[in-house]
Design a protein around this ligand. Structure first.
Ligand code: NAD
Length: 490
């Protein structure tokens, strides 16, 4: 009989600096534990300011050499398409690394995260030789050309919930238009970013154009944000860190900044929705997919009172599909949360919900494959709008369900947070769909679905969810400056 145990990929936790794997100059490392099993995943380089300086200097030198920044768009397209192919070819390895590193089910990483990253590189590779400059109207005897210029060195700081995909959202447009990039993955999920650095070199990206510096936010991230030769910073993560980055980049040379921060998104279900069962199934996906560790998770469900009881019963039944299990088991509905410490904080949030309301499903911590970083999908009812569970991002598999009586009340509740990332609306009413979606303050409003997202549409938020947009042709704007060249010829 042959064993079905997967062959685990080799792990190299050293940074990628100027075209080579590299230890931190002072030899410092960080520990890295798999949240799913508690297994030791080996050390990661803890890059200090000297390492960040080496990466940024290498990136700046590569930019100035023009080998990438000045390359024909067709050449940049060719290399990025090659990188996309290499990501696809490495699907099993990358999916296992992602799952081992941050706890999500390996089957989801294989089906969603890895192909999503490859598709992102492919999309921007295909875009880059179709961008055109502008020749606006100017007085007779003159011609002006408005062109997009790469900015130079882009620092990219990313979170742990979609490590490979969000890195691709930043890198693909930044690289496609000719920038050099220094990527700082989250300390809890650096392994796929490091492999991406290797694959980019193998695809022919010149040394120094993409560097990956590992380490903590306070040491490595701060050194990158404050480095004076970084021209632009792109970030996805918490609102608290986004606020620090505004200070750091403002104090050190007025860098271009784009921020994708937190969210607290509502899903409004009207009684006139055509298919309440479909709404319940999608609502469960919107709340529990990826262990609920999704910035745009629809974690506040508002249901019009006449269908509240029916919806709640359907929704709780759907939650059963998200029971946690071994991330390497294809039957697991969720994996582990990113760490036992994060599971502790989500558990405290559940307790605060239980103190004021009622847990109608889940709530329990679980121990699976030697780790306690697992929580059951949790449904809480009976909380006021100003309860912390309705105001703060929990970033775990926890959702509240609350009845409402009028359209105005639902909109007011949905908008009454400091965030503005996403919202969903379920209704069969054409006029209501337009009216309600227009009044919701959110970067993406999904109507009769949840958490809609695609390569062709911008993703980002209003209010404290940040500014700047990932995905779509609009993301290019984060990484270029407009240059006017005016020819006077008459
Ligand atoms: P986080 O803000 O703690 O960390 C994000 C990244 O910033 C990490 O790489 C971290 O090392 C780095 N960092 C932390 N402190 C820093 C500092 N002082 N200077 C420079 N870098 C620093 O967020 P997280 O816990 O990794 O991720 C969860 C958060 O990310 C949630 O708030 C979630 O909503 C948000 N998120 C947002 C989006 C979006 O597109 N809006 C997508 C995914 C996640």
């Amino acid at each position: 009989m042959t064993s079905t145990a997967p062959v685990l990929p080799a792990i190299d936790g050293r940074a990628v600096i100027d075209g080579r794997r590299s230890d931190a100059a002072d030899g410092r490392t960080l520990g890295n534990t798999s949240p799913g099993t508690g297994a030791d995943l080996g050390p990661l380089s803890l890059c200090g300011p000297a390492d960040v300086d080496r990466a940024v200097s290498g990136a700046a030198a590569a930019f100035e050499s023009g080998r990438w920044s000045g390359a024909d768009a067709a050449e940049r397209k060719r290399v990025l398409l090659d990188l996309a192919d290499r990501i696809d070819a490495a699907t099993d390895e990358l999916a296992m690394l992602e799952s081992m590193d941050m706890g999500k089910p390996v089957h989801e990483a294989r089906a969603v995260d890895v192909p999503g990253a490859a598709a992102t590189f492919r999309w921007y590779a295909e875009l880059v030789d179709k961008l055109t400059d502008e020749v606006p109207a100017t007085p007779p005897g003159s011609t002006a050309v408005v062109s997009r210029r790469p900015l130079g060195v882009v620092g990219a700081i990313v979170p742990w919930n979609y490590p490979l995909e969000i890195a691709a959202w930043k890198l693909a447009p930044a690289l496609a238009v000719g920038n050099s990039v220094v990527l700082k993955p989250a300390e809890l999920s650096s392994l796929t970013a490091l492999r991406l650095g290797d694959l980019a070199l193998e695809a022919g990206l010149p040394a120094g154009v993409l560097n990956v510096v590992t380490g903590t936010g306070a040491i490595t991230g701060d050194a990158l944000a404050r480095h004076r030769r970084v021209d632009a910073l792109t970030f996805t993560g918490s609102t608290a860190t986004a606020q620090r980055l505004m200070v750091a980049t403002g104090e050190t040379g007025l860098k271009r900044l784009s921020l994708e921060a937190g969210g607290k998104s509502a899903n409004i279900v009207f009684a006139d929705t055509d298919d309440l069962a479909a709404a319940a199934a999608k609502a469960a996906f919107g709340a529990f997919y990826n262990q609920g560790e999704v910035c745009s998770a629809n974690s506040t469900i508002l249901v019009e009172r006449p269908v509240y009881d029916q919806f709640l019963a359907l929704f709780v039944a759907e939650a059963a599909a998200y029971e946690p299990g071994d991330p390497f088991d294809a039957a697991s509905g969720m994996g582990a949360l990113v760490s036992a410490a994060h599971a502790d904080s989500v558990q405290r949030a559940i307790q605060s919900g239980a103190d004021s309301g009622e847990i109608v499903h889940g709530g329990e911590r679980m121990s699976i494959t030697g780790s306690t970083a697992y929580l059951r999908p949790t449904v809480i009812t009976g909380l006021d709008q100003d309860h912390p569970l309705h105001q703060h991002e929990i970033f775990g598999p926890v959702v509240t369900v609350t009845p409402f009586d009028t359209e105005d009340e639902a909109i007011r509740r949905a908008n009454s947070t400091s965030f503005g990332l996403a919202a969903s609306v379920w209704t069969s009413g054409f006029a209501r769909a337009h009216r309600v979606s227009a009044r919701l303050v959110a970067g993406t409003v999904s109507v009769n679905t949840v958490d809609a997202l695609g390569l062709t549409t911008p993703f980002g938020g209003f209010k404290q969810s940040g500014f700047g947009r990932d995905l779509s042709a609009h993301a290019i704007d984060n990484y270029v400056g407009l240059k006017t060249t005016w020819f006077q010829h008459g």
